[in-house]
Design a protein around this ligand. Sequence first.
Ligand code: ARG
Length: 566
Amino acid sequence: MNVLKRQIAEKIASVAANPALSAETLLDFFDTPPNPEMGDLALACFRLSKVLRKSPVAIASELCEALSQDLPAGIARVENASGYLNFFIADSYRVDQLRSILKAGADFGKNEIGKGKTMVIDYSSPNIAKRFHIGHLGTTIIGHSIKLIHEFSGFHCIGINYLGDWGTQYGKLVVAFKHWGDEEKIRQEGIDELNRLYVLFGTEAEKNPAIQDEAREEFHKLENGDEENLRLWRLFKQISLERYLQTYELLGIHFDSFNGESFYSDKMPAVIEELREKNLLKLDDGASLVDLSAYNMPPCLILKRDGSSLYPTRDIAAALWRKKEYQFDKCIYVTSAGQSLHFAQWFKVVGLMGYDWEDQLIHVPYGTFSINGEKIASRTGNVVLLDDLFDEAIEKAGAIIEEKNPDLEDKQSVAEAVGIGAIIFNSLLANRIKDVNFNWSEALNFEGNTGPYAQYTYARACSILRKNEESEIENAVSLQPEEKELLASLSSFPEKVVRALNEYEPSVITRYILEVCQNFNRFYNVCSIQKSEGAEKAFRLGLCRAVKNILGNALHLIGLRTPEKI
Ligand code: ARG
């Protein structure tokens, strides 16, 4: 379609021969007509009136006359409809379009924007000793999808789970453990026990604030290499990771690195020294900070009064290390919008340090989750644990499969694919920046615009292809409107990928999936495959094959699995 648009625009530009009407300008003047009888592309001539100093009707009639003599090959005819030019795409052009989609096979939609480039993506990154709740879902699945879209666009991608595994909170856990913990229990109950200890520390600290000092002391010992504290901290980390890995496995996510905050603890002094040498550090009531008032931002805190480092300090150290290690062309951070200021601040500090790659650091924020309109808070128990949500979704999918298709092979793995798919799809449907109010029945809905609906549609295409033999697509077919519409959706896949890539927006793909599914289901209901034969049947099966390839890839790009039988 875009190629055709450009060809028409170039023809008009040469006919009009007016410097104010370049092909580029004309490209913006095209619309899609409200119904297919009015053609596939329309040009509203009133948009040319001002420049050409003629009425739209006169322009349309003159251009129609001139263009009819010399139409691009893909256009069958052009009609003048009182001030509008309506263009009709030739069926032969569409046949060629489908042929080239099929020829590209599973590669259709890929691009080379990232060829030779490296991207690093920092996502999921939970703070250890806490169980995953739906607040962690956004960064995990948005990050995963952004990584997949980059890979599809030729980037070499490095996924980093920057575990929150350093800071006073681990002093708190050590204190809680030493007072009330039991190693055996931790080994048996895993992260739940760690979580319990952590919450217990909070309630105790309200009664007895002095244990906060104890926590700082224990963390200080940890930082200075105290054997016992290090051993405990390693245990907490290992227990947490074991649990997280189960969740990642279920989601099909694999990280290239788990270098978390602690990994940078010995790399911080050099950064602080560098900031000092570059005269960027200011002392303020004993703390060290970088003044950002010239950039309308509050100062970036680097060192606390007691000399311990902070979240931004560790992020700066990590960015410098990653640049050296991976030579990235961009480094993406996916977190909730609540951290936007944090990233803007330390990105600026990196720039002030004289590094010219400040603009390769990209923060991708997303809206926050709430439950019943209230903020998620582990301490008050206003959380939905991911494990619970996943279990329920898988169980529901399993029950539906049991009812509809009890003889299906691999029932458990299909139930997982569908149950988890429902949750991912639902979370990636709206623009990422929109806040989400979590609702159980919505998250577990399998009807309408949902992941299961898309997965069923995919499986339907697979089943048609299993039952029918495909053959060479021929030129002589006359196409139904539903076939044209489906083909138009299918051929726009590459544009959607580029948009999703440039905007860091998986929802572009999610909504595209729904568009393809709707068009495919409409086509399937109107254009019988069983009753068709010859060239018509070959074309229809070709469409099914293209749906399988494109829908399959699109679903993978947002992290869904695609069972061929459901
Ligand atoms: N651990 C942090 C949290 O749970 C997210 C880390 C994001 N990444 C980063 N480089 N700061 O809020």
